[in-house]
Design a protein around this ligand. Sequence first.
Ligand SMILES: Nc1ncnc2c1ncn2[C@@H]1O[C@H](COP(=O)(O)OP(=O)(O)OP(=O)(O)O)[C@@H](O)[C@H]1O
Ligand SMILES: CC(C)(CO)[C@@H](O)C(=O)[O-]
Ligand code: BAL
Length: 293
Amino acid sequence: MPPSPSPGRLTVVRNVADLRALVRAWRAAGETVGLVPTMGALHEGHLTLVRAALGQCDRAVATIFVNPKQFGPNEDYAAYPRGEGRDIAMLESAGAAALFAPGVEEMYPPGFATAVRVDGSLTAHLCGPWRPGHFEGVATVVAKLLLQALPDRAYFGEKDFQQLQVIRRMARDLDIPVAIEGVETVREADGLALSSRNAYLSPEERRIAATLPAVLRDIARDAPGCDGLDALTQAGEARLLEAGFDRVEYLTVNEAGTLAPASRGSHAARVFAAARLGRTRLIDNWPVTGHGA
Ligand SMILES: Nc1ncnc2c1ncn2[C@@H]1O[C@H](COP(=O)(O)OP(=O)(O)OP(=O)(O)O)[C@@H](O)[C@H]1O
Ligand SMILES: CC(C)(CO)[C@@H](O)C(=O)[O-]
Ligand code: BAL
């Protein structure tokens, strides 16, 4: 028997059968369900996704799973912040109806041998080359979560803009009958995008980190009237290094749809960056306003 939901209280399920039973019962009763996949260590950005789900659906179901398949061998899988008790309290206060928090063996039982890979320009640029296998790990786990829950809609943040585009493509290509919704990035007062990994930043690094959105915003503002995007992004990179960033992995203007490098005259471009500050890798993006890239 699946645990029965009680109004106002969060139902926590740990296995796929219970998740399916819960969502199926709601949908059979005529209610719509929005899914919010996360890796936990929740913040206001995640809660904004829950609220977006509740704005369009009767029930919001969050998932918390730190997915080993999307971390490279030298990345922070072991160190990734975890704290389920606090996460549950936050989800409850935001009005989520359920949390699916499976263990690794529930998602990847012995013998698991399938992967979902999105090829082409959506994964060839930006984070793709810097995190080999990352988007395959994301596409695989999100395909599973969508098929496990079969919600009406699923919500993802624009902070991870490339991830959002990869997930849209994957769901479309695999005919997964779930609407993929993007939600605008939630930022701190100084512009820094909320991110679970911001917890790694020292107070000094936290101060420096605010330079990232400032540089993106300035490039986005200047790009439309500018002849040489390279000169603009090179100046931005120099500004980040001067501010104290250790390394800029990329800082480029790319098409929002294909994620290929933008050409002059583009009507829908965004500035994208990934940069390292101490042990923290920060990513962010900003829409180019006006015409031309
Ligand atoms: N500041 C934000 N605004 C809007 N959505 C966000 C924000 N931060 C994260 N999200 C979204 O929340 C979902 C879960 O993300 P995740 O659990 O990885 O959190 P995160 O803060 O992005 O963590 P990380 O620091 O690992 O990148 C993703 O769809 C992500 O895009
Ligand atoms: C979408 C996601 C939950 C898949 O593990 C993760 O990549 C994230 O939290 O952005
Ligand atoms: N929020 C993106 C997940 C990751 O960096 O693995």
